[in-house]
Design a binder for this molecule. Structure first.
Ligand SMILES: [Zn+2]
Length: 505
């Protein structure tokens, strides 16, 4: 048995090496690759995935996993859970015929290109046949994996183990009602434009963000901050976590909140216990739990008054403030002087229905997700024709947020997900918010002095609590069990709603 375990980890190591190479190639493509390299790069990427598929479905590996899975009750708990995760992945890849995998990969690359084209030309007909194909492929996929389950349950299981359409229906139904009532009560606020008072110098903003992320706890010896078009976090190895930021022109607040968000993902990946590094448990357990860590740091911590009381003033060490009218000599910003922390925090927390999901505030954001979830169900269950999507989208926007997109690029063509076959993915964003609300409640009850510590820039209780309760476990504990273990309850929307209520009403 011991020998088999060793062989299993040896096989797994090869897979992990290839996954790291794949992540590095992808990261490089987003961050520094010259545009002319795209063809060679896609060949390199496709070679790596082919190799990965070969070794992860290799006969010797398959029989090792199957044998070990049979005897998992006799194994050490880490080995047993790693085998369980490997077996689950293996069972899925083995059920898919190679022709299907190739067909899906090809259709997806064409579909993504068509979506870009349709979005820039504001022409849905360019994307429509490709989306029809994606839906057809998803139905086929679900049928190969488990024809006894509803399609949606099969799809979401790839992103959030154990989640089902039925559970989401129940959670979202309650959430929708509560959000509607909350939105009708929130008083609208106007932007004070505090962030736009800063002179925007990219290198200085980068320096400030680097300082801020290190101050909160990111380990730059085992990670790096890259610059990309759309922010994301990627793990090249357990000791090489990249948090990739965008420095939006003239939009300091989005640059900063986006960076805090990716930092939340990065801290999770960076603090997984070493004992999982060479197992199949070496990454965050699910998209929902991952998103809970990024949203919690971004919204609950990073948009709070205490946070900005500390960082607002430090920002002036990095950025200069020049008044528009003379005298034009740069002034040293001071708290309560040129920087009004209240205004700054106000600007970061304005709730207002808007068309674009990624720009939405933390209250209306979830309506954008509910809309996408409901439409995905309709598309997969043939309740609408794909040609009707723009219309259905607009009427749902009207129903949920009382606004109507003026064009397709701010309506149903805004997100890339469906074009790359990521259907069943959207709910994980809102699940992340709900988990964040529930964890935040628990964290605060166990760390009543955190707000005072935050005023001093002391992140130690935040860092230690999340490391202890969430980060260190990697994928060892399943997402539902993790929420239950830490908070003592199943996931529910009440804590998140309560957080919003106490913040905005
Ligand atoms: Zn995220």
């Amino acid at each position: 048995m011991k020998q088999k375990i060793e062989q299993y980890y040896q096989h797994l190591k090869e897979q992990k090496i290839l996954e790291g190479i794949d992540a590095l190639l992808n990261w490089d493509q987003e961050a520094v690759m010259p545009a002319g390299a795209v063809e060679f790069r896609s060949e390199q990427l496709s070679y790596v995935s082919k190799k990965h598929h070969e070794i992860s479905t290799d006969k010797a590996y398959v029989s090792l996993v199957n044998d070990l899975y049979e005897s998992r009750s006799t194994l050490d708990s880490v080995d047993a859970r790693s085998i369980e995760v490997s077996k689950k992945n293996l069972d899925k890849s083995i059920k898919l015929p190679t022709e299907f995998v190739e067909e899906a990969a090809k259709a997806t690359s064409l579909s993504h290109q068509a979506w870009l084209d349709a979005k820039s030309k504001e022409d849905f007909s360019i994307f429509q046949p490709h989306l029809e194909k994606q839906i057809e492929l998803k139905k086929k996929y679900a049928n190969y994996i488990d024809s006894s389950k509803p399609i949606y349950d099969v799809l979401i299981d790839d992103f959030e183990e154990g989640m089902t359409g039925e559970k989401i229906d129940a959670i979202f139904h309650n959430l929708k009602t509560e959000l509607k009532s909350l939105l009708s009560k929130i008083k609208s606020k106007e932007k004070t434009g505090e962030f736009s008072k800063f002179k925007f110098e990219t290198p200085k903003v980068k320096e400030f963000i680097q300082f801020m992320t290190a101050r909160i706890g990111f380990d730059f010896n085992r990670g790096a901050a890259g610059e990309v078009h759309h922010p994301f976090e990627s793990s090249l190895s357990p000791n090489d976590i990249r948090i990739n930021m965008s420095y939006y022109h003239k939009d300091l607040s989005s640059s900063i909140t986006g960076a805090i968000h990716e930092l939340g993902h990065g801290l999770y990946e960076q603090n997984i216990d070493k004992k999982y590094h060479h197992t199949d448990l070496s990454a965050g357990v699910s998209l929902g739990i991952h998103e809970s860590q990024s949203r919690l740091l971004e919204n609950m911590v990073g948009r709070s008054k205490a946070f900005w009381n500390y960082f607002g003033n430090l920002m002036s060490d990095y950025l200069t403030f020049e008044p528009i009218s003379p005298p034009s000599t740069p002034l040293r910003m001071t708290l309560g002087g040129e920087i009004q922390v209240e205004n700054l925090v106000n600007d970061l927390n304005i709730v207002k229905p808007s068309l674009i999901r990624i720009e939405a505030d933390e209250v209306t954001y979830n309506m954008h997700i509910i809309l996408r979830y409901e439409i995905e169900q309709m598309m997969l269950n043939d309740q609408i024709k794909i040609s009707e999507l723009p219309e259905v989208w607009n009427s749902k926007m009207k129903e949920l947020l009382n606004i109507t997109p003026d064009k397709l690029s701010t309506g149903c063509l805004q997100d890339t997900h469906w074009s790359i076959g990521a259907i069943g993915y959207f709910p994980t964003y809102t699940l992340g918010n709900l988990v964040a609300g529930q964890l935040w409640n628990k964290f605060q009850s166990e760390n009543p002095n955190f707000q005072t510590e935050l005023l001093e820039g002391d992140f130690s209780s935040y860092f230690n609590w999340f490391k202890e309760n969430i980060w260190q476990h990697g994928s060892f504990i399943k997402p539902n069990d993790l929420v239950k273990k830490v908070t003592g309850e199943e996931l529910k929307s009440e804590y998140f709603i309560e957080y919003l209520r106490s913040k905005y009403l």
